[in-house]
Write a protein that binds this ligand. Structure first.
Ligand code: GDD
Ligand code: MN
Length: 391
């Protein structure tokens, strides 16, 4: 960390917080552009990188060595866009703080105007907006526009209209508003702007249009898992019900797994093999499916890739032995007590489902505390600090 950590809050005009993951080709270009556009401001740039394997953080470190305004926060134990943004904001000393992506999709040219809106016009939040005058989605496909419109509509329905572009990842906050809100914010998922808007007290909000750029290098880190996170976040914001995201996703993957499990079982049993062998085949198929499903869907962004994908599978398989024993025991117990349950496919599947549920609850805790938690990051506990009444 560089020498300006000793600065007090408010000692700079502007802090720009940039979350990055595998943006080695984009980040030097962005830092150059920022230096040009911010030259009249007393600013700092904080890049929060989650140990990108492509070396993004080394590049930032090298640039920071010759330019003290550029700082790097390298996180090795945690991953995640929103928590990276909050970590960077917490280190910021600027009276105005801007959050933007590292991939050149956010137009840095509007930052001086955002700064004016926050500092001179005393807005709490200024949203870089694709919906405001001068804003556009650039070359987005119709399908992506429709998904985005649906997400916006849900946010409006659940929370009232906070801004025309609640999904924006490009926005400015006043330091005062940040301080008053940050302890109530849930730093999970991709919707950090909504968190800041919805958990604050009547923020004074404005919008500035910009055209969303194309990603020239690298790829988006958003995936299907984000959709469920988003819905659960809206439920939490609207009703205050915190539903553990991972458990819902684990349940969905598991439900599909139980069908695969059962189909494998029914096929092998139908071919005349023993119940035990049939259970083993069904379970193994389900183990492979649920490992992949949970790795790429449930436990993102802790996803294993490359060599870790294989190592993770061995851990997963080992943990699943517990579930296997439980499932086998429950199926055999039910079928010996109630042999009629094997008379129809439907009752057989019900038996199976009961066994799977028994196995799944234990498996969930074992996987979240062990398989996807080998570097000490707990998945099941909400990361958010408790709601506080202060400020
Ligand atoms: N530190 C860190 N950790 N950074 C991350 C992570 C992570 O786990 N995941 C993504 N990032 C960084 C990326 O490197 C990029 O700079 C930025 O966060 C946004 O990620 P993208 O993968 O480019 O997201 P996107 O372009 O699909 O989504 C953007 O637009 C959405 C609205 O359309 C983001 O700005 C979203 O926040 C926004 O909702
Ligand atoms: Mn992007």
């Amino acid at each position: 960390m560089s020498d300006n950590t000793s600065l007090l809050v408010g000692e700079r005009d502007l802090s720009v917080v940039i979350p990055s993951y595998n943006e080695a080709e984009n980040i030097p270009v962005l830092l150059d552009r920022l230096a040009a556009v911010l030259q009249h401001l007393d600013y700092e740039i904080i890049v929060v990188d989650d140990d990108s394997p492509d070396g993004t953080w080394q590049i930032v470190q090298a640039i920071g060595a010759s330019d003290p305004r550029v700082r790097l926060i390298r996180r090795t134990a945690v991953k995640g866009l929103s928590s990276a943004v909050v970590a960077g904001l917490r280190e910021s000393v600027g009276r105005c703080m801007v959050v933007m992506d590292a991939d050149l999709q956010h137009d840095e040219q509007i930052i001086p105007a955002m700064y004016q809106r926050v500092i001179a016009d005393q807005h709490d939040v200024c949203v870089g907006s694709r919906e405001a005058e001068g804003g556009s989605y650039g070359t987005w496909s119709y399908s992506r526009r429709i998904v985005s419109a649906g997400a916006r509509m849900l946010a409006n329905l659940a929370l009232g209209r906070l801004t025309r572009d609640p999904m924006s990842g490009f926005f400015a906050l006043s330091h005062t508003y940040f301080d008053a809100t940050v302890d109530k914010v849930n730093p999970q998922g991709f919707k950090i702007l909504i968190e800041f808007l919805a958990r604050g007290k009547n923020p004074k909000v404005c919008e500035l249009g910009y055209e969303f750029g194309n990603r020239l290098h690298g790829q988006t880190k958003l995936n299907s898992s984000v959709a469920i996170d988003y819905l659960l976040a809206l439920v939490d914001l609207r009703f205050g019900w915190f539903v553990p995201h991972q458990f819902v996703k684990f349940g969905l993957v598991g439900l599909l797994g139980s069908i695969i499990n059962f189909l494998g079982f029914a096929t092998v049993q139908g071919m005349g093999f023993s119940v035990t062998l049939a259970v083993l085949v069904g379970v193994e198929l389900a183990i492979i499916w649920t490992y992949l499903g949970n790795n790429f869907f449930t436990f993102t962004p802790m996803t294993f890739r490359g060599r870790d994908l294989a190592i993770g599978f061995l851990h997963y398989q080992a943990v699943c032995c517990y579930g296997l024993v439980v499932q086998l025991a429950v199926v055999r117990l039910v079928l010996s007590e109630y042999p009629a349950m094997s008379n129809s496919l439907f009752t057989l599947y019900l038996t199976y489902l009961v066994a799977v549920v028994f196995a799944a609850v234990g498996n969930f805790f074992l996987h979240s505390y062990y398989t996807w938690n080998r570097n000490g990051y707990t998945m099941t506990r909400p990361v958010r600090s408790p709601r506080v009444a202060s400020h």
